[in-house]
Design a protein around this ligand. Structure first.
Ligand code: NAD
Length: 283
């Protein structure tokens, strides 16, 4: 029997992509779900799909950057279900596309605010409840770019390396304190979702000049790099959670990046520059 059966699982950013598929995979394995997103129509669609699986679902509009809102949300979910076992801090944005010299402060604040602080907010708000459950699990979504840095992704890499450091610290603390909470960090490689297109859409909506090069970059991501289905990625993550894996690498690309960085720490930046030139004609 699945070890998530009957558990209460919280999934942020569940209105599309990996988050929606995580919620569906958890529901198929018998979990009860608290799902949230800033994208209300996307979240409503996920809820419809979950209810078609007969899942017990609680939905909420939640911006993970908003610390008081995340804290209030944790209390609401605990009040609704009476217990919370697992939190999947998944909500995220792509950011990137410009060099450090050209990245503006707003981009750093947004990407780090959502991708790193969102994870910290969700973890801290739910942690006492996960400990109280007697069988908790924190699952924080980093990236291949939480292992390997790449040119033009300084905001995203700063956030995703941060997620890894934060999560590994938490794991050590849960072990040291003898707390009944497992901790996993997830490093997906390319997964076929709308994340790259959403980043371009955000830039356009907020009046940033979107260059032809950024558009070409998004196309390359969508056509060449974001390959694995979100459903398969979600299955790998939930399998990893059920197996109690502390690090969950999703996809061959993530596994290769992990090996490259370990085996050739001095060489790997040259490899990423070469890749950048080959894929995007920049770097
Ligand atoms: N797709 C990939 O190739 C890939 C690779 C590595 C890591 N990831 C990570 O996986 C996670 C999910 O990404 P995805 O690919 O499914 O993208 P996605 O764009 O399909 O989904 C992200 C979801 O997060 C939501 N979101 C954005 N800002 C939010 C905020 N402030 N508060 C709450 N929700 C917010 C969006 O509305 C969206 O529904 C992200 O953390 C991403 O960085 C994705």
């Amino acid at each position: 029997m699945s070890s998530v059966r009957g558990k209460v699982a919280v999934v942020t950013g569940a209105g599309s992509g990996i988050g929606r598929q995580l919620a569906l995979e958890l529901a198929r394995r018998g979990a009860r779900l608290a799902i949230s997103d800033v994208d209300d129509p996307g979240l409503a669609e996920t809820a419809v799909q979950l209810r078609a699986l007969d899942a017990d679902v609680h939905t909420a509009h939640l911006d993970v950057r908003d610390r008081p809102a995340v804290e209030a949300y944790a209390a609401t979910v605990a009040g609704h279900f009476g217990v919370v076992h697992q939190v999947y801090n998944n909500a995220g944005v792509a950011g990137g596309g410009r060099s450090v010299l050209d990245t503006d402060w707003a981009a750093y604040e947004r990407t780090i605010g959502i991708d790193l602080f969102g994870v910290i907010h969700g973890t801290k708000a739910f942690l006492p409840r996960l400990i109280a459950s007697g069988d908790g699990h924190v699952v924080n979504v980093s990236s291949l770019n939480g292992i390997m840095a790449q040119p033009s992704l300084s905001d995203y890499c700063a956030a995703k390396f941060g997620v890894r450091g934060f999560t590994e610290t938490l794991r050590a603390e849960m072990l040291a304190g003898g707390h009944p909470v497992q901790v996993s960090v997830v490093h997906p490689g390319g997964v076929r979702t709308g994340i790259a297109t959403a980043a371009l859409g955000h830039a356009q909506q907020h009046g940033s000049a979107v260059t032809a090069q950024q558009q070409a970059r998004t196309r390359t991501y969508n056509e060449k790099l974001l390959k694995m289905s979100a459903q398969q990625a979600a299955r790998i993550v939930v399998d990893g959670v059920e197996a109690g894996r502390p690090r969950i690498l999703v996809g061959t690309d993530a596994k290769i990046a992990d090996l490259l960085v370990r085996l050739a720490p001095r060489l790997y930046p040259r490899v990423t520059v070469g890749l950048e030139r080959w894929l995007f004609g920049t770097g």
